[in-house]
Design a protein around this ligand. Structure first.
Ligand code: GAR
Length: 193
């Protein structure tokens, strides 16, 4: 299962996938390329250090979301992805992009969906007085953070937690969740073939 990763920032989730692959923990999945809409994203540097092919295109250089997304499809197609993994990819994708990758596009979101779609999830969980938080991997649909849930991971919210502490705890849990999901998707795909 050929996996392409999309990211916009630090790429610690990509780092976890790279580590998992190095330890034989990604099942039949193989990382084949990393794309960013932010040309100086540190995640691209992580990819290069792992000898993964990278590409970037700044969305700022395109007149519309649709034009950028079509250029992104053109860039990704060279890698023949079976699965496109959004890992801290901080852009809403167009319906045409979602349709092109229907059934092949997943995202990780730092909340226990359906709670806290969108941004600022940790602050909102703290302000609501929640006792637990977590992360969700879901199929991407046209509605933001509303696609079918594949798997979730939970962490406690502790007394005196701050946004920073909670964010770090959730991020560490994401690094367990995402490799687990990619491995299991690759196994399910293997059984379907
Ligand atoms: C992660 O917490 C991920 O869940 C979140 O961005 C962070 C990226 O971290 N994604 C979203 O908020 C998507 N709406 P990373 O670059 O270190 O992997």
């Amino acid at each position: 299962m050929r996996v392409v990763c999309l990211l916009s920032g630090s790429g610690t989730n990509l780092g976890a996938l790279i580590e998992a692959q190095a330890h034989g923990q990604l099942g039949q999945a193989t990382l084949v390329g990393v794309f960013s809409n932010v040309p100086d994203a540190f995640g691209l540097e992580r990819a290069r250090r792992a000898n993964l092919p990278t590409k970037s295109l700044s969305h700022r250089e395109f007149p519309t979301r649709e034009a950028f997304d079509q250029a992104m499809i053109d860039a990704l197609e060279d890698w023949h992805p079976d699965l496109v993994v959004m890992a801290g990819f901080m852009r809403i994708v167009s319906p045409a992009f979602v349709a092109h990758y229907a059934g092949r596009l997943v995202n990780i979101h730092p909340s226990l969906l359906p709670k806290y779609k969108g941004l600022d999830t940790h602050r909102r969980a703290l302000e609501a007085g929640d006792q637990e938080a977590g992360a969700t991997v879901h199929w991407v649909s046209d509605a933001l953070d509303e696609g079918e849930i594949i798997d979730q991971i939970r962490v406690p919210i502790l007394p005196n937690d701050t946004v920073e502490l909670l964010q770090a705890r959730v991020l560490a849990a994401e690094h367990i969740l995402y490799p687990r999901v990619i491995r299991s998707l690759s196994q399910a795909r293997g059984q379907a073939l």
